[in-house]
Ligand binder design. Structure first.
Ligand code: ADP
Length: 491
């Protein structure tokens, strides 16, 4: 259209023109009505304000220099009544100072008199696009709010100064705090000293290049100190384009029902395992009586059959021991009996203990020289069980001639223990599954290796019950690296 601006009517924004000069008022009205807009006019600031009090206008064209109520007074009133309205200032005394002052007071733009219909169209087009963007943001905000308010999970967003930016009803309910809590309230006022606050601190202090979820299971106790509810809390930072932390989002998920089911399952498993142990032990003892020849002579064939039966019973006994262990860890019993231990001493004992089995299989088991290691606050038996399971597995799943290397070092607020082998390795698709109870990889290489599939499940449960985590890197036929992280005693 030869450089002439065209206006697009985006669903009819309403426009009010406030000017004491009839020629300008009518000129604007005609140009804008021609484009199909809903345009109204006011001959003074007072009339304009009255109209604005009664109706919302998307765009206000406002003369700065009017008798009585000045354009600046009208501007501040409009901003007060309708902060989203877009104001374009018109003035015959167009100076830079006036424009700056008007913009500082919230005007969107400035059009000096006299102006052409085309200049007016260009500016109004710009203003309409701006109002459209504002509406999109407002709609998006309202959609987000409805979504967040209807989530069953609790959501809390705080800024970098740990002041509440947003929290949904589920959060207030789960956290048992007053729903009246206001935006701007500090986290210490809301839930000071709680684990949620330390998760937020962890997320906010996360360095730029790193992105990690801080997660923890929270136990809410009743008046008698018994667990009443279990909440899984996770917290991540949110950042600007430059990667700076702007704040943190915490999500609380109620896992009470799941925990109760797990406890029922653990109790059941430990009851059954416990109950089968004594009959199994007595069958084993009776078999020994026969195989030792105390019940009469035994033929070589009978001996062979009884030997196989004893082996089966022994493996059932070891399954029930592992099931009992797992149930104990899952029920939280194991972590009650924590003590301060010297990890270096336990690592050396474990390496020495498993060395003969490794040697027998022609595998080199090496413990790398240990740096100065701080103490850990753990259940000693469980800690030993983690190391023992990982070393036994490394020996079991590495062919003769292979190598198993154990090392340890502090990393951040954790003690990292690494058990590395150059054995069968674990294919990528199996790597998550191997931590599930009873999962065993079945292939040509592993088919003759005996196991219950509970070892790594026990290892993972123990580590997590101590607030740590385990990482696995492995490649089929190249070997595996298990990294275990235990929090340091005073972290
Ligand atoms: P189990 O050894 O009794 O089968 P685990 O839970 O300890 O049970 O291990 C699960 C599976 O993970 C094993 O069956 C084995 O296939 C695989 N696995 C564990 N450790 C290693 C390892 N170091 N190298 C290769 N595979 C392993």
């Amino acid at each position: 259209m030869n450089g002439v601006a065209t206006l697009q009517n985006f669903g009819g924004p309403s426009i009010l023109v406030i000017d004491d000069e009839e020629r300008i008022r009518e000129g604007c009205r005609k140009v804008l009505c021609k484009e199909g807009f809903d345009v109204e006019t006011a001959a003074s600031g007072e009339i304009g304000l009255k109209m604005i009090e009664e109706k919302y206008y998307d765009i206000v064209l406002l003369d700065l220099m009017m008798p009585n109520l000045s354009g600046f007074d009208v501007l501040s009133q409009v901003k007060y009544l309708h902060p989203d309205a877009v104001i374009i200032v018109i003035s015959g005394y167009a100076t830079i100072e006036y424009s700056i002052k008007a913009m500082k007071n919230g005007a969107f733009d400035f059009i000096p008199k006299p102006f052409t219909p085309d200049q007016l169209r260009v500016l109004v087009t710009k203003a309409i696009e701006y109002t459209r963007a504002l509406k999109d943001i407002a709609n998006e905000k309202s959609r987000m709010r409805v979504l967040i308010n209807h989530l069953r999970d609790g959501v809390l967003a705080v800024d970098a100064e740990k002041r509440l930016v947003l929290a949904n009803p589920a959060f207030f309910q789960m956290f048992g705090c007053d729903g009246e809590a206001k935006v701007g309230l500090s986290v210490s006022e809301l839930c000071g000293g709680s684990r949620v606050e330390s998760l937020i601190d962890g997320a906010l202090s996360m360095p730029e290049g790193e992105f990690r979820e801080h997660a923890e299971e929270l136990v809410c106790e009743d008046a008698g100190g018994l667990p009443e509810a279990y909440i899984s809390a996770s917290c991540v930072p949110f950042r600007d384009r430059a990667g700076r932390n702007l704040g943190a989002i915490t999500v609380l998920h109620d896992i009470t029902a799941q925990k109760k089911m797990e406890h029922i399952k653990s109790d059941f498993v430990s009851m059954v395992s416990h109950e089968v142990r004594s009959p199994l032990n007595s069958v084993l003892a009776q078999l020994h009586v026969i195989t030792d020849g105390l019940a009469g002579e035994v033929t070589p064939k009978q001996m062979e059959i009884l030997g196989r039966a004893s082996e089966k019973i022994k493996s059932l006994l070891s399954l029930s021991t592992e099931l009992l262990d797992l149930a104990r860890v899952e029920s939280g019993l194991a972590t009650i009996e924590k003590e301060r231990v010297n990890p270096a001493e336990i690592l050396e004992d474990q390496a020495a203990f498993h060395e003969p089995a490794a040697r027998e299989k022609q595998i080199t088991l090496e413990l790398l020289p240990l740096p100065e290691l701080p103490p850990l606050f753990v259940n000693r038996r469980n800690f030993e069980e983690v190391l023992s399971n990982l070393i036994i597995n490394a020996i079991k799943y590495t062919p003769p001639g292979g190598k198993v290397v154990v090392s340890a070092a502090t990393e951040d607020k954790f003690l990292k223990i690494t058990v590395c082998d150059n054995g069968f390795g674990i294919a990528a698709e199996e790597q998550d599954r191997v931590f599930a109870p009873f999962y065993r990889i079945k292939n040509e290489k592993t088919r003759y290796t005996i196991g219950t599939g509970l070892g790594l499940a026990i290892v993972k449960s123990i580590i997590e019950a101590h607030g740590g985590f385990i990482r696995l890197q492995s490649e089929a036929d190249r070997g595996s690296v298990f990294d275990v992280y235990f929090p340091l005693a005073d972290s």
